[in-house]
Design a protein around this ligand. Structure first.
Ligand SMILES: [Zn+2]
Length: 234
């Protein structure tokens, strides 16, 4: 991983995968995680204490150290945010619905209450990528209508959405200093250890749904999505 983001002092961040749903480096802070229910909505919670009950929320913000902010994903975008001095952080869960409805804009508005977005960096983690994320004509049309620049980012074939590129364009347009993508696809990235029981690196809702369409007895993935998150080190 390149990264403006990895050069930020005083934070620790990571992206989980199938065999380590929460990155090991974040485990020491697990007990501090706020409780929240992700609903593909646009509400952001300003967290002030460890273990806080946030209710329905798809984004979290804090200026307090030692509180691990995470989102759970299985094809949606996990987006991590940090001030360049590592003194304030945020995290957002953005699927296609959140992107259209404005979860990133709401997160930016929360940050911009008392700061300049130019002081902030963002990084977008593993998610459904355009190699695999085919959508129907109606959703494609909706993206083109509501996010005019999206049309040029739906590539390389028609109707394959590049959620990360759309999010990145939004973030840069809003004024964030940088917005990186890790590029890994949750649907098709293979497990690097060829002996692994799991053939794929990430939990994928889409891949799982397609399997269940073929075999209704295939187990669901409830509770097994991967965590992405970050914390201001105490
Ligand atoms: Zn793929």
């Amino acid at each position: 991983m390149s990264s403006m983001f990895s050069q930020i002092p005083g934070i620790r961040f990571g992206f989980g995968h199938k065999t380590a749903l929460m990155p090991e480096s974040l485990h020491p802070f697990r007990a501090s995680m706020p409780e929240k229910k992700q609903v593909h909505g646009t509400r952001i919670c300003d967290v002030t204490e460890a273990g806080e009950h946030c209710g329905d929320a798809d984004a979290l913000y804090t200026r307090h150290s030692g509180i691990l902010l995470t989102v759970l994903t299985a094809d949606c975008l996990p987006v991590l945010f940090s001030r360049r001095d590592g003194q304030r952080i945020a995290v957002a869960h953005a699927g296609w619905r959140g992107l259209i409805d404005g979860i990133l804009e709401r997160t930016a508005a929360c940050i911009a209450r008392d700061d300049d977005l130019a002081h902030w960096h963002a990084i977008i983690g593993p998610a459904a990528a355009p190699c695999c994320y085919e959508v129907d004509e109606a959703l494609y049309a909706r993206f083109c209508q509501e996010l005019p620049y999206a049309q040029s980012l739906i590539a390389p074939r028609p109707r394959y959405l590049d959620l990360a590129a759309i999010a990145r364009a939004k973030l840069l347009e809003m004024g964030f200093a940088s917005a990186e993508t890790t590029g890994q696809c949750t649907i098709c990235t293979p497990e690097s250890d060829s002996a692994a029981v799991n053939h794929f690196r990430y939990t994928s809702f889409r891949r799982n749904t397609h399997r269940r369409e073929r075999n209704p007895s295939h187990p669901g993935i409830k509770g097994r999505n991967q965590y992405s998150g970050l914390v201001i080190l105490p």
